[in-house]
Design a binder for this molecule. Structure first.
Ligand code: GDP
Ligand code: MG
Length: 440
């Protein structure tokens, strides 16, 4: 008997194990969040499947809600996938140690070459040399020369029209004679992956045998990042990734895509245009950025936690079947929103929720919710079920019963009308989906 009671109590307090249904609903939200964060579709599929497999039947410890337990698994899996421990540059190779920069044009190779040189010089106290093998654009060579001058690092001269492999060999020779400890080789990039560019960088790689081959990728390229990464990883043994422009409003999904596709650790993040704007990569930071999209995951957490599943399920069914939406449903809705910290708090967490929020807030400002509920409570059951039949004379009675004015009752009924219209419109889309989601 006592063990049965224990089970019941665990079920009531929301602990025990994650059910298939818990996981199914939460997985759907997770998938949406990852796509919102610009993670490439095949990567999303793999990831969600791994989380799902781990989550079904996972124990929900006493101190966690099912939603929190799921989230924890997502976070762990994300950090593991992103690479767990932070990895720096491999500085143990025989000097001069060569770092080859690879990536598309505009990804940030030249900027990052400067950033790495500065870091190696100041933090690691290394004697660093730079060389540009971007022989197609004079401006590119000049750009690296200026960066080198600014940070006080030698730049081996090169010129447009020279052979990149010859330049790199000469620079390496020079670095050896000058006792440089690190040689950073900046390369050309095309606007999209092409065969000539791949051959060139593969030849460079073969000629100078770099200790580090870093793939530089713009975090703002979103879905494309996965394809670019694959093209480079197919041709070069990448030893690491530098994710640039993370200071912008990139959603972080590129990190997960690139890491999954290349298998190479993300070593640094570019966080600005200045040479000092380089950060060591920490998986948890990007994990939060990815999960921060529309804050969907905290919505998962709250939905599994607080919403009265039965009522939400009924409402969802009703919406799905286009059944009549009445004042009792309206009241349930308000009660649930109150329970979740208000409609604003809930909608803020949904991507695109701001719009819906504005609409609902108009119909239903939070400070009035309590009063609205009181008004509905003062109605007869028949009035709640058939709001369109509430006569003027009844409104006075309802107002008196709820300690409000007739105008308040009228306003509530107007708001109900507007909400009902809106529910009809969105029942098949956003709100209906949301309500079914809430039903867990
Ligand atoms: P490359 O063609 O790969 O050598 O790319 P560049 O190094 O020339 O960078 C292209 C543009 O991106 C330049 O305007 C850089 O200032 C900018 N950039 C590079 N890295 C970052 C970064 O981490 N943050 C920001 N905001 N801009 C960056
Ligand atoms: Mg460049």
């Amino acid at each position: 008997l006592s063990s049965r009671l224990g089970n019941t109590l665990r079920a009531l307090s929301g602990s025990g194990r994650l059910t298939e249904d818990d996981v199914k609903n939460a997985s759907r939200e997770l998938r949406m969040a990852l796509l919102e964060a610009d993670v490439a579709l095949p990567v999303v599929r793999d990831f969600v499947e791994r989380v799902r497999a781990r989550a079904v039947g996972a124990e929900v410890t006493q101190s966690l809600t099912p939603g929190q337990a799921f989230l924890r698994i997502v976070q762990q899996e994300l950090v593991t996938t992103l690479g767990g421990e932070t990895q720096g540059l491999n500085l143990r190779a025989q000097p001069p140690l060569v770092i080859l920069m690879a990536g598309l044009q505009g990804s940030g190779k030249t900027t990052t070459s400067g950033k790495l040189a500065l870091r190696l010089k100041d933090v690691d106290k290394k004697k660093v040399m730079l060389v540009s093998c971007d022989v197609y654009r004079p401006a590119a060579i000049e750009q690296l020369r200026i960066v080198a001058e600014k940070i006080g690092v030698e730049c081996f001269p090169s010129a447009v029209g020279q052979n990149p492999v010859d330049i790199a060999r000469a620079a390496l020779d020079h670095a050896r004679r000058a006792y440089a400890e690190v040689l950073i080789v900046d390369t050309a990039g095309r606007t999209s992956v092409d065969e000539a560019m791949m051959q060139e960088i593969a030849a460079l790689h073969a000629a100078i045998e770099p200790a580090e081959t870093l793939f530089v990728v713009d975090s703002m390229t979103g879905q494309d990042a996965a394809n670019t990464a694959k093209a480079f990883a197919d041709r070069l043994p990448l030893s690491g990734v530098v994710l640039t422009k993370v200071d912008g409003d990139a959603r972080g999904g590129a990190a997960l895509s690139v890491r999954t596709v290349t298998g190479a650790p993300i070593k640094f993040l570019g966080v600005g245009e200045k040479s000092s704007a380089l950060e060591v990569f920490h998986p948890d930071r990007i994990a939060s950025r990815i999960l921060g999209q529309g804050d969907v995951l905290s919505l998962i957490e709250e939905t599994v936690q607080k919403v009265d599943r039965d009522k939400a399920e009924k409402l969802a069914q009703k919406l799905k079947k286009n059944k009549r939406f009445d004042l009792e449903d309206f009241r349930d809705q308000m009660l649930q929103m109150q329970n979740m910290g208000g409609v604003g708090a809930m909608l803020e967490k949904l991507p695109g929720g701001a719009q819906m929020q504005a609409q609902l807030a108009k119909a239903n400002p939070e400070k009035e919710v309590g009063r609205s509920i009181a008004i509905i409570n003062s109605m007869t059951r028949r009035e709640r079920r058939f709001p369109d039949h509430i006569k003027a004379s009844h409104r006075r009675r309802i107002a008196a019963g709820s300690g409000t004015q007739v105008q308040d009752v009228n306003r509530l009924l107007r708001q109900f009308d507007q909400t009902r219209d809106m529910m009809k419109k969105v029942a098949s889309g956003g709100m209906g989906k949301l309500m079914r989601g809430l039903a867990g």
